[in-house]
Design a protein around this ligand. Structure first.
Ligand code: UD1
Length: 419
């Protein structure tokens, strides 16, 4: 069990190299099992979720190695289409392996991914779509037995909501299926485009990623390739919000400005100075930052649900009152109690939070409630007066590649301590 200790109140100053995107690395690692030959994935962040994905590949018989943020996968030795129960529990996004495993082998057995800290996480739309593509699904004692013995076939699939995971699973199942697949009301997140770009580089016939209609023409084979994972837009937003909360002045390097829709807007409303150039952002915070009247989480290109907790931490000390509405997940305000313990003035009514800016937060003993809730605690602790200790930081390690080193380089007083 490890903890972070933060002595807050230091302005963040300096350069921040942005890590590769977790939400892109995971589906691309899953996609690598569809390919003959080797895939070399560069800029893979060193995260517990990425290690879990690598363990799923190895348990299926693939060869998978990781060195200096480069993952090499050989899927030619794949021999097992079962995803072990412990790996399903370790990472809910293991569900992303279902489409690829079915595409490659025609079968997949996996544990039913239960609810998680964000609320119930159903996969009904994933299964409905796969059934349309010829997959039979049988559930027994929480285990899903999926098979398409005659092979998968293309289908017209309309998603009732642009689910990121369902869109990815359909793409992964469709690239080697017989015939054409059309996904309408598809998710448009930049990570979908990154997955599509990798698949196209491997020989897939796919168009429309990044729009709400994706067309896929099944091919017989895919081959591995070398591919660089896109920069993480949620991590970019995290360090911008951290700089905002500490009145800092930072430069984010190797980021993808095109993927930051819905985020830069908000920073502008907070009256921060953002100057965007080629692949980096120069950022300086307003003093104090301004409240944002109304922020509602939405599918891309709207304000991302993954940045709700992160921006809430910064808005606790803004001048004025901010209102945030969470529309994507049913239980994504679990960080609010800890923020209140640190002196924030927040009321929640259902899925709406009203944040009245206070002058200063103070340190406290808090715990990371989930991945982005943990990032919220980091930001609040960095901006607060006094010492904050954060427990349950394994949640943070799922998505942030050694955050304490990066923050120390910016002048933060933060230590990782083993209990
Ligand atoms: C992905 C991201 C996660 C992000 C989320 C929304 C990864 C690894 N995770 O999660 O960080 O917060 O997108 O941007 O990329 N739903 C159903 N039935 C389904 C599928 C989804 O009801 O079959 C609901 C979910 O409960 C949720 C909403 O749809 O309320 C959005 O979920 P979805 O877009 O699928 O999120 P994930 O892919 O799980």
């Amino acid at each position: 069990m490890q903890k972070f200790f933060i002595q807050g109140g230091q302005k963040l100053e300096g350069d921040i190299p942005v890590q590769g995107a977790k939400n892109s690395a995971l589906p691309i690692l899953s996609a690598s099992l569809l390919c003959d030959g080797e895939s070399v994935l560069e800029n893979c962040p060193e995260l517990s979720d990425v290690y879990s994905a690598c363990r799923i590949l190895t348990s299926a018989g693939c060869q998978c190695t990781m060195q200096e943020r480069v993952v090499c996968v050989h899927a030619d030795t794949l021999r097992n289409s079962e995803i072990p129960e412990n790996l399903m529990r370790e990472m809910r996004s293991s569900i992303i392996f279902l489409g690829a495993m079915l595409g490659r082998t025609g079968t997949c057995t996996l544990g039913y991914p239960g609810g998680c800290e964000l609320g119930s996480r159903p996969i009904d739309w994933h299964l409905q779509a796969l059934r349309k593509m010829g997959v039979r699904v049988r559930e027994e004692n929480g285990v899903l037995f999926c098979s398409a013995l005659g092979g998968l076939h293309g289908a017209k699939i309309h998603l009732q909501f642009p689910s990121v995971g369902a869109t990815e699973n359909i793409m992964l199942a469709a690239v080697l299926a017989k015939g054409d697949t059309v996904i309408t009301n598809a998710a448009r997140e930049p990570e979908i485009t990154d997955l599509a770009n990798y698949l196209i580089r491997c020989g897939a016939k796919l168009t429309g990623a990044g729009t709400d209609t994706i067309r896929i023409q099944g091919v017989q084979k895919l081959h591995g390739c070398t591919y660089r994972i896109m920069p993480d837009r949620i991590v970019t937003a995290t360090w911008l919000a951290a700089a905002a909360a500490t009145g800092g002045n930072v430069r984010l390097l190797h980021t993808d400005l095109n993927s930051l829709e819905g985020i830069l807007d908000v920073l502008e409303q907070m009256q921060c100075q953002c100057s965007c150039q080629a692949d980096h952002i120069c950022f300086s915070a307003a003093k104090p930052i301004h409240a944002v009247k109304y922020l509602k989480t939405m599918p891309y290109p709207g304000f991302p649900t993954d940045t709700q907790a992160i921006f809430m931490a910064a808005l606790c000390t803004a001048s004025g009152t901010s209102v945030m509405e969470e529309t994507i997940f049913e239980n994504r305000f679990r960080h609010v109690d800890a923020l209140i313990r640190m002196g924030a003035d927040i009321r929640t009514i259902g899925r709406v939070a009203v944040i009245r800016g206070v002058k200063q937060l103070h340190g406290a003993c808090v715990s990371a409630t989930d991945l982005r809730g943990g990032a919220c605690m980091l930001i609040a602790g960095l901006g607060a007066q006094g010492q904050t200790s954060i427990t349950d930081i394994s949640h943070i390690d799922r998505g942030y590649d050694r955050p304490e080193i990066l923050l120390q380089n910016l002048g933060a007083k933060i230590q990782r301590v083993s209990a």
